[in-house]
Write a new protein. Structure first.
Length: 337
């Protein structure tokens, strides 16, 4: 049986149901990313797990213990917040040891545990500094150490990296991931950054309008999106209707389908090139080419639609081109979905 078991969980604010029958089973030591657009219910799910908001129906169990109606302090789940939520008048060590003091640990035991955690999160030597003197990345590491100090059964993190600048964010992202692997804690991390979810999570739950639309490994979510919403959300920015595809369509496509694919999966050829016989072939004219650093992104007019296609070389505006998308890169759904 799974370590954390969420079954048929329903949450509402007044009459507004914001989580619909959520089922999620998390293994011990696993990191699950909750990914989804703003307002889809990610924070609400974490709050329900922590016991900050009541459950309308359904159940939450950890290691076989039903905690659905337990008070927050009886759950042994800790939350790391986007805003860090540290005590500003406390030192680093006092912040990290706070939960242990509340649990009536003695001073030497707290000091020993805090010293261990300072090493774990790479803040050795900063124990006696006020947290207000730290950078954002350092503060978030204090928040993480404080959460880990009490050895929670489940650690939940609500967009822990979104207040950090891009470079620090990448570092802390890898630090959290390697800590999770080393210490083996079970965790749920909320993000609306797909890259973050792909890098950090063992499995990703993509949420949409209060339900989990797909749960799977990062590879499965990325390469085999289950619905048009997920294909779009995971960056397959090109969308075509099969009815519009008349010429050069080598892969057999049934009627009434929508097809999604990433601009990075499109190869641009000269209009006269004979391309591979599999996949999708589309003729068009380059409308625009933009330099992205590692490659160029082109807008290509194909019939009445503009598609995006990436290439390491820049194709001139007005050049007639032939686009090829290999079959595995095509995400095809019934148009009615
Ligand atoms: N305290 C509240 N009272 C009433 N409605 C709320 C409350 N908190 C959240 N909601 C509603 O519940 C829905 C889900 O909100 P939630 O904060 O869980 O979204 P989220 O996925 O965390 O979004 P974001 O990415 O913006 O943080 C939203 O429609 C929101 O308006
Ligand atoms: Mg939120």
């Amino acid at each position: 049986m799974s370590y954390l078991q969420i079954q048929q969980l329903k949450i509402s604010y007044g009459d507004n149901v914001v989580l619909h029958d959520i089922d999620l089973a998390v293994n011990k030591g696993e990191m699950i990313a909750l990914l989804g657009p703003s307002g889809c219910g990610k924070t609400t799910l974490l709050n329900a797990l922590c016991g900050f908001i009541p459950v309308r129906s359904g159940s939450i169990a950890i290691d076989g213990r039903n905690i659905t109606t337990c008070a927050p302090e009886q759950r042994n789940i800790t939350m790391v917040f986007q805003s860090y939520a540290l005590w500003p008048h406390f030192t680093v060590a006092q912040n990290i040891g706070y939960g242990l003091k509340v649990r009536k640990w003695n001073k030497p035991a707290i000091a020993k545990r805090v010293a261990e955690l300072l090493e774990i999160v790479n803040l050795g030597g900063l124990a006696d500094i006020k947290v207000t003197a730290l950078s954002g990345g350092q503060r978030q590491r204090v928040a993480l150490a404080r959460a880990l100090a009490i050895e929670p059964d489940v650690l939940v993190l609500d967009e822990p990296l979104s207040n950090l600048d891009a470079k620090v964010r990448l570092n802390v992202r890898h630090e959290i991931k390697s800590l999770q692997k080393k210490l083996g804690f079970t965790s749920l991390i909320v993000t609306h950054d797909q890259q973050e979810a792909l890098v950090m999570a063992d499995r990703i739950a993509v949420m949409h309008q209060g339900h989990i639309e797909q749960l799977g490994t990062p590879e499965a979510i990325y390469h085999r999106p289950a619905t048009p919403f997920i294909a779009d959300f995971m960056g397959a920015e090109n969308r075509l209707h099969s009815a519009g595809l008349v010429a050069h369509q080598a892969t057999s496509l049934e009627k009434d389908k929508v097809i999604y694919f990433r601009s990075s999966d499109v190869a641009i050829h000269s209009a006269s090139d004979a391309c591979a016989s599999e996949g999708l072939l589309l003729d068009g004219v380059v409308e625009q080419s933009a330099f992205l650093g590692h490659q160029y992104r082109h807008s290509v007019r194909c019939n009445d639609q503009t598609l995006l296609a990436d290439s390491v070389r820049s194709w001139p505006v007005n050049a007639p081109v032939r686009l090829h998308v290999p079959t595995p890169a095509l995400h095809i759904f019934a148009a009615s979905l």
